[in-house]
Design a protein around this ligand. Structure first.
Ligand SMILES: [Zn+2]
Length: 75
């Protein structure tokens, strides 16, 4: 009495997801570089399996204090 059945707990929730993500798509860490001041303000990762990522993104630059186009720079 009072015992908890833990036999159904086999793996953490993220287990299968992690394996799937690895198999499915190759992701690459990139920088988002401001086109105005050339400052690298953001770090993100893009899927290179889906083809060429977007060339530029509108992001807030704290140096320019406005939204500017940020280009993807590989490491
Ligand atoms: Zn900037």
């Amino acid at each position: 009495m009072g015992q908890t059945d833990v036999s159904y707990v086999s793996r953490p929730v993220w287990w299968g997801y992690k394996l799937m993500a690895k198999k499915k798509s190759k992701r690459e860490n990139v920088w988002l570089e401001c086109s105005q001041c050339k400052e690298r303000n953001y770090r993100t990762n893009v899927s290179v399996a889906e083809g060429t990522p977007k060339l530029s993104l509108k992001k807030y630059c704290k140096n320019d204090r406005k939204h500017t186009a940020h280009k993807i720079r590989r490491k």
